[in-house]
Ligand binder design. Structure first.
Ligand code: BV8
Length: 248
């Protein structure tokens, strides 16, 4: 795939860039995308039946074990060229904001420093009752384990469906979408709100919006540029084209 000349020019001229990533960016690290995560053991459940407070209260053991399974996948995963290209991009612009829907922490492990996690992080655990983070607890064999402070059930520190996003993260992400000159929407099905509204927000604020995804999404027809390829294939090419345009 060649990067359109008009896009390279916008990239080279951009002073502020915001990137929104979804599960497609981690797919090449072997982390199933959110909807693919239903392969194998979980084929019979839909994400909305596992990633909601009601699902957890209905069957805490099942939901805890699903996250344990995903945590193991994430722990064994390594950042891929897409994560590394985004980490390099951070130093190539005066203002660069990376907003992720992913809960796997791979952007941070790739070296990205300014990461806004809209949906939390699967490697963090908190108490369902007092909402406080818990780093250690007694491994009594109970599933889910209990909060050492109040005895409540422990849960992953992620945002479930029908739960509000962290206010500060959503504010940062919305400002970053409104204030950037260039917005990249990478590896997301653009289905889950309010994150899915960010590309539109950027477009409305006058930004050039690029969608990078091997498949179409509900946003594809609105994008200024559509690069129909994988994140791991396209992002390194974007970085190379940018550096070449600046003779870096
Ligand atoms: C909220 C964390 C309001 C958990 C996730 C009733 C009540 C309240 C809200 C609602 C409601 N009904 C609907 C809603 C809104 C709801 C929503 O949008 N539902 C959808 C299904 C319609 N949203 C919410 O509930 C949000 N909260 O609105 O709260 C509120 C306010 C006040 C008080 C109370 C409530 C919360 C949403 C967050 C849910 N948590 N994740 C966990 O991970 O376990 S969502 C999860 O799916 C992801 O985090 C992500 O955000 C979302 C979409 O996933 P994607 O990242 O896009 O991945 P997906 O698999 O879908 O797609 C992968 C893409 O990658 C594809 O396009 C594919 O083509 C592409 N791809 C594949 N390979 C590659 C690739 N691209 C590039 N390269 C590749 N190699």
């Amino acid at each position: 795939m060649t990067i359109p000349k008009a896009l390279v020019e916008r990239l080279a001229a951009a002073k502020s860039v915001t990137v929104l990533t979804g599960a497609g960016v981690s797919a090449e690290s072997g982390v199933p995308t959110f909807r693919d995560a239903q392969t194998g053991l979980w084929a019979k459940y839909s994400p909305e039946d596992l990633a909601t407070p009601r699902a957890f209260l209905r069957n805490p053991r099942l939901v805890w074990e699903w996250y344990e399974w995903r945590r193991k996948l994430v722990a064994d995963a390594r950042p891929n060229p897409a994560h590394l290209a985004l980490a390099e991009m951070e130093s190539l612009f005066p203002a660069f904001d990376l907003v992720t829907q992913n809960v796997d922490g791979l952007h941070q492990r790739a070296g990205s420093r300014n990461v806004t996690e809209l949906h939390g992080n699967i490697m963090r655990t908190k108490c369902y009752d007092d909402n406080m983070l818990v780093s250690t607890w007694d491994h009594t064999g109970e599933v889910p384990p209990k909060c050492p402070r109040c005895g409540g059930l422990l849960r992953p520190d992620v945002v479930w469906f029908e739960e509000p996003l962290p206010e500060a993260a959503l504010k940062t992400a919305t400002n970053a979408a409104r204030q950037c000159q260039l917005f990249l929407s990478v590896g997301t099905s653009t289905l889950v709100y309010p994150a899915a509204g960010l590309p539109e927000e950027a477009l409305r604020s006058g930004a050039t919006v690029v969608e990078i995804n091997p498949h179409r999404t509900p946003f594809t027809d609105s994008a200024s540029f559509v690069l129909a390829g994988s994140a791991g294939g396209v992002l390194p090419k974007l970085v190379e084209a940018l550096k070449a345009s600046r003779n870096l």
